[in-house]
Design a protein around this ligand. Structure first.
Ligand SMILES: [Zn+2]
Length: 505
């Protein structure tokens, strides 16, 4: 019984593994390509009325039936591959030089070629048709047919695919070269086993694996960059410049002074060639001629000889998140939690966690770059590029001095290098120092004192914690530390700049 039972079951080939099969979905590009060359309309029967009378070569109606036309159409649209279709068109056209040179009107170009169009019938007869019929039958446009034929006539070559192809080739060449160089720099151990075949074989130390090698490679690469957007935010890498409304304005002079201080005190490595700066495109503070003039001066007069270029990047508004924003986010997180802030020192205590603090006007002098730059440099309206739309500005050393160019794209270099100096002027700026201290506007004073009186009572002047406001309003001599103002507005006003610098070779 059991033997019989076994006979029922034949041994079948196994079905292969049951892992999920990958379904390859065509990409957007592939889909678009297929749609572009697939049939859209059904063929139409010729309406031209060519019946092959004497002296009329076309026989669009007399020798073709709808069935012939449909079969011809189907064989053209069997594939939606452009090249196969182009070959089909070529096969059913014949191109020759024009027999007569017509001179109908002088403005018309002379006829370049004459083309005959054929439709193949079921029995193999090639029927000469007019161009309009040929177009209607295949459902293609005039330009495509003529271009295919013209290219064939000019080069005598069959159609080739010119679209698409490898678009990424060469993208990683430098990376590949760096990896190769790294691998070649590794020290290997000779093999213990000396067979004739493996005579030249050497081995890496056994403790290395791919992950370790990858880390080693990354370490060698990172040496070239001093500071990146992914770097850690710490007092050693971040300079925070603080000042209050009572000390200085919030303008290009202050930004230029802070940036000048950072650039002058930063220790550039000897191999650094390019300094890249990233900042938002605020016209009043960063994106202006004063900052550019200061940078030009620094590059030419103060930088080390190995640095020959400064690039300033302005990320697209609202689409970027530069490292200073990261820092502001962290500071804001802490400040939001403190119920009241009555002195600038409280802010500084928070900032200290992430950046080294420099008080503008106290630790770092504010120079009057503005008036000096305006003397030697042309106004922005006379520049050879539009500052407003520039996404990158490149200042570089040249043999004769320096040159600036603005680029309105991030990847394409199209601008021309030119000096921005006025005629006969030299880039030698010696700015004078601006004194610390700013008068407070009277209506602002009023509204803030009202606010404080509301919150702390009318006797707030006796409160020790509010001594900063007291001295600010009464215009007493200020303590030597820099000072902040009120808790409502100071958040954004106090810290105007943290420039994070990226350096690259
Ligand atoms: Zn016709």
């Amino acid at each position: 019984m059991s033997e019989l039972h076994c006979e029922k079951y034949n041994i079948l080939p196994s079905e292969g593994n049951r892992s999920r099969k990958k379904v390859k979905t065509p990409s957007k590009r592939e889909n678009a390509k297929r749609n572009r060359y697939s049939a859209k309309l059904l063929p139409t029967f010729p309406k031209c009325g060519h019946v092959g009378k004497p002296y009329q070569p076309f026989q669009c109606i007399s020798l073709l039936t709808m069935r012939d036309i449909k079969i011809f159409y189907d064989s053209f649209h069997k594939t939606s591959e452009k090249i196969t279709q182009d070959n089909f068109i070529l096969k059913h056209c014949s191109v020759t030089d024009p027999k007569r040179s017509r001179k109908e009107q002088e403005k018309n170009k002379p006829k370049y070629m004459s083309v005959k169009y054929y439709v193949k019938r079921r029995d193999g007869l090639m029927v000469n048709v007019c161009r309009q019929s040929f177009m209607n039958i295949l459902g293609v446009k005039k330009d495509r047919i003529l271009n295919v034929v013209k290219r064939y006539k000019e080069s005598n070559e069959m159609p080739k695919e010119r679209r698409g192809g490898d678009r990424t080739k060469g993208k990683n060449n430098t990376k590949r070269a760096a990896i190769k160089e790294f691998v070649e720099s590794l020290k290997c151990i000779e093999s213990h086993y000396c067979r004739s075949k493996t005579f030249s074989r050497i081995y890496l130390p056994a403790e290395l694996n791919i992950r370790k090698l990858w880390r080693m490679l990354n370490n060698t690469v990172d040496k070239d960059l001093q500071g990146t957007s992914k770097g850690k935010i710490s007092p050693t890498s971040v300079n925070s410049y603080v000042w209050t409304e009572l000390d200085h304005q919030r303008g290009s002079n202050e930004i230029a002074a802070a940036l000048y201080h950072t650039l002058s005190t930063f220790k550039f490595s000897e191999s650094t060639k390019v300094v890249r700066l990233f900042c938002d495109g605020c016209g009043a503070q960063n994106k202006n001629s004063i900052v550019i003039g200061m940078l030009s001066h620094w590059l030419l007069k103060c930088s080390t000889p190995n640095i020959d270029k400064i690039e300033i990047f302005f990320p697209v508004l609202g689409h970027s998140y530069i490292p200073p924003d990261r820092l502001f986010g962290q500071i804001e997180k802490v400040i939001k939690k403190s119920p009241e802030i009555t002195s600038p020192e409280q802010y500084m205590k928070v900032i200290e966690n992430w950046g080294s603090i420099y008080k503008l006007g106290v630790d770092v002098p504010v120079q009057d770059w503005k008036s000096k730059v305006q003397i030697v440099m042309k106004p922005t309206s006379q520049w050879h590029f539009n500052l407003q739309v520039s996404k990158r500005i490149i200042i570089s050393k040249t043999e004769t001095g320096y040159a600036v160019r603005g680029e309105s794209f991030y990847k394409n270099d199209m601008g021309t290098n030119q000096s921005l100096l006025r005629r006969g002027r030299k880039l030698d700026i010696k700015p004078s120092t601006v004194d610390i201290g700013m008068p407070l506007k009277s209506d602002k004073k009023k509204s803030i004192s009202n606010l404080i009186a509301k919150h702390y009572g009318s006797n707030w002047r006796n409160d020790e914690a509010l001594s900063f406001f007291k001295s600010a309003f009464d215009e007493l001599p200020l303590p030597s530390t820099s000072n902040s103002r009120d808790c409502n507005e100071a958040n954004t006003e106090l810290f105007c700049l943290e420039e994070t610098l990226d350096f690259d070779i």
